[in-house]
Design a protein around this ligand. Structure first.
Ligand SMILES: Cc1ncc(C[n+]2csc(CCOP(=O)(O)OP(=O)(O)O)c2C)c(N)n1
Ligand SMILES: [Mg+2]
Length: 598
């Protein structure tokens, strides 16, 4: 491929002889187009297709980050999109780089992350030649196109604008998701003479509101409801609509139910926000509700499609108002009374205005009781965890691990989750109410934690200019997938504290063996060496390491880590038996799969 690569100071070999330089090379125009969308981060490992782009991006002040595996670049971009509410960009080198990106591309498709992936490719003339034994070459679009919402290649330089715009337009339309742009070597340095880039609203639909008559209908239903609930999905957080939803929740004076994908807490609504299925108040609020306003959620399996399990009682009396950007999602998982098709960023303020015009509504009778009961449940859970093994005489119980780590979660921090059983413990025992939670729920892709943490923190810094602390609460096997990205956290001096629950096993799968065959089988393939020391691994990367055996020492270790600055990994041995056998509310989790029948 290096022969195909145009030198920096020449036109591409394919350009007609004597062609004049016109001004803007393609790689610069691409950056202009992404900048118009507010994108300022770029993830990937550069090669000849991308060195011009990388150099230029950094010169312009972008945050340019090379990870140690291309899948990480994709996950970092996904986290960047979530934390900024904007599309995000990553690249892969031709052949193996793009193949390595595939796990992240599929993940972004299922997690609805609008990432734009640019893939290097040979010059088209090479690609289409009849040859054997070409180096670093595979046709990429056929591998990728089923996993993205849009796939194309910039074959001719003057297609740059239309292809980049269509990639962004499609990635952000309906249910968001990934888009692929192939970037063949022959067009990189070709030059274009073009007008300035268009702002987003000139070339794509932005802030689309819902139909006015439907809004009026919805407001009337909400006003007349006795016990409405707001069901808040992942899209509320990724679109950064928290403040608007807070206003609506205050007008509705009702509880907020989190879906399993949308586990961030909206500032100001922490007390009245209950995780669906894992808090008693959430179940009662759902059962008693006579109106559900579902915001930017797929109403997926973990929400029981809004129609079975906790929703069954009272179904006949419950009206559904569904705010959804994708018109084809209306009525699929359950019947809807009032569909509000549009961007949650625009529709929620529309609803608030309409409700205000009707004079708002008075508080649901049980709201304060739910709030009080949920706070009490959290306290009881902390006490219950405190009664379990704390690591002094036997290994620590996972409930202690989660309770102590989440109690020490820093104000204004970003929480990132990864793992198997320890994550299930978190759904019940978490004592923190973070405004930003990044984890992988729909796709269930363990190993994403460290790339998500680094990507989210870096993109947040690039977008706001502020440095927020991050906490990655992870299980051990999951952490090992992309442990090399610790180097990125150190390189970028991220105030990231990684608390690892260590049982030296794929604990969730150990539990599967035990439930399938009873105790005493060989549990083949789910145990690994007990020689690994995560605190020492951290030191090898230039991060700090701590080894904490007792529950009472977790909080102080976390505080020390933030005080010290930079990245710290805290190795916490946990009880392998408890982690695989005593997951709380496991039966609730099982109902996520195929309506409980798997
Ligand atoms: C990429 C990927 N591989 C495998 C799985 C299946 N899986 C889910 S949880 C789990 C075990 C995770 O082990 P660990 O991270 O140590 O967590 P623990 O259950 O021990 O807390 C596995 C293998 C998955 N969800 N994603
Ligand atoms: Mg484990």
């Amino acid at each position: 491929m290096y022969d195909d690569q145009p030198a920096a100071d020449t036109l591409a070999p394919e350009a007609p002889a004597g062609a004049k330089k016109k001004g803007t090379p393609v790689f610069k125009r691409i950056l202009d187009l992404f900048e118009a969308e507010g994108i300022r981060t770029l993830f990937g490992i550069p090669d000849p297709n991308f060195v011009h782009l990388f150099l230029e991006a950094e010169t312009r002040g972008w945050t340019v980050v090379s990870p140690h595996h291309e899948a990480s670049a994709g996950h970092m971009a996904a986290a960047a999109a979530r934390i900024t509410g904007k599309p995000a960009l990553c690249i892969g080198t031709l052949g193996p780089g793009m193949a390595n990106l595939m796990p992240a591309i599929q993940c972004a498709k299922v997690e609805n992350d609008p990432i734009i992936i640019m893939g290097g490719q040979r010059a088209r003339i090479t690609e289409r030649r009849v040859r054997r034994g070409r180096i670093q070459f595979v046709r990429q679009e056929p591998m990728i196109e089923d996993s993205v919402k849009f796939s194309s290649s910039i074959e001719y330089a003057d297609q740059t604008d239309e292809i980049v715009r269509e990639a962004i337009r499609v990635a952000l339309s309906g249910t968001p998701g990934p888009a692929y742009i192939e970037f063949p070597a022959h067009i990189i340095l070709e030059e274009l003479d073009l007008p300035p880039v268009l702002p987003p609203h000139r070339y794509r639909l932005t802030d689309q509101g819902a139909d006015g008559d439907r809004i009026a209908e919805a407001a009337e239903i909400i006003r007349n409801a006795k016990n409405p609930v707001l069901l808040v999905g992942h899209g509320v957080h990724t679109s950064k609509s928290g403040a608007a939803v807070r206003e609506l929740a205050e007008l509705m004076q009702c509880p907020v139910i989190q879906t399993s994908g949308g586990t961030s807490f909206i500032e100001g609504l922490e007390d009245r926000t209950f995780p669906y299925g894992f808090s008693e108040a959430s179940i009662d609020a759902v059962v008693e509700s006579d109106c559900c306003v579902a915001l930017a959620t797929e109403l997926g399996e973990p929400s029981h499609y809004g129609r079975w399990r906790h929703w069954v009682d009272n179904e006949a009396n419950r009206k559904w108002i569904y705010v959804q950007q994708d018109p084809t999602a209306i009525g699929v998982n359950r019947p809807i009374d009032v569909p509000l098709v549009g961007d949650v960023r625009a529709v929620v303020p529309q609803l608030s205005r309409a409700l205000k015009a009707l004079g708002g509504r008075s508080a649901s009778p049980s709201l304060s009781e739910y709030i009080q009961r949920d706070a009490q449940q959290l306290e009881e859970l902390a006490e219950d965890a405190g009664s379990k093994s704390d690591g002094s005489t036997a290994k620590m119980h996972t409930s202690q691990f989660v309770t102590e780590a989440t109690k020490a979660f820093p104000k204004d921090g970003i929480l990132i989750r990864d793992g198997g059983a320890t994550v299930i413990f978190q759904w019940t025992y978490s004592q923190a109410k973070p405004h930003d939670v990044i984890w992988n729920q729909n796709y269930g892709h363990i190993g994403t934690g460290l790339p998500y943490a680094t990507g989210a923190m870096l993109a947040d810094q690039a977008a706001t200019g502020k440095v927020r602390p991050g906490m990655l609460l992870t299980s051990d096997s999951s952490f090992l997938f992309h442990v090399g990205e610790l180097e990125v956290a150190v390189r970028k001096n991220l105030p990231l504290v990684i608390v690892v629950g260590v049982d030296f096993q794929w604990g969730l799968e150990v539990g599967v063996y035990k439930r399938t065959f009873g105790h005493g089988t060989k549990e083949t393939g789910v145990h690994w060496s007990d020689k690994v020391r995560f605190d020492k691994i951290a030191e090898g990367f230039g991060a700090a390491g701590e080894y904490v055996e007792k529950a009472a020492d977790i909080g102080p270790a976390i505080e020390r880590a933030y005080a010290r600055g930079g990245c710290t990994v805290i190795h916490v041995p946990i009880d392998p038996a408890a982690n695989s056998e005593e997951m709380p509310n496991y039966s609730e989790f099982r109902t996520w799969y195929a309506e409980g029948t798997q």
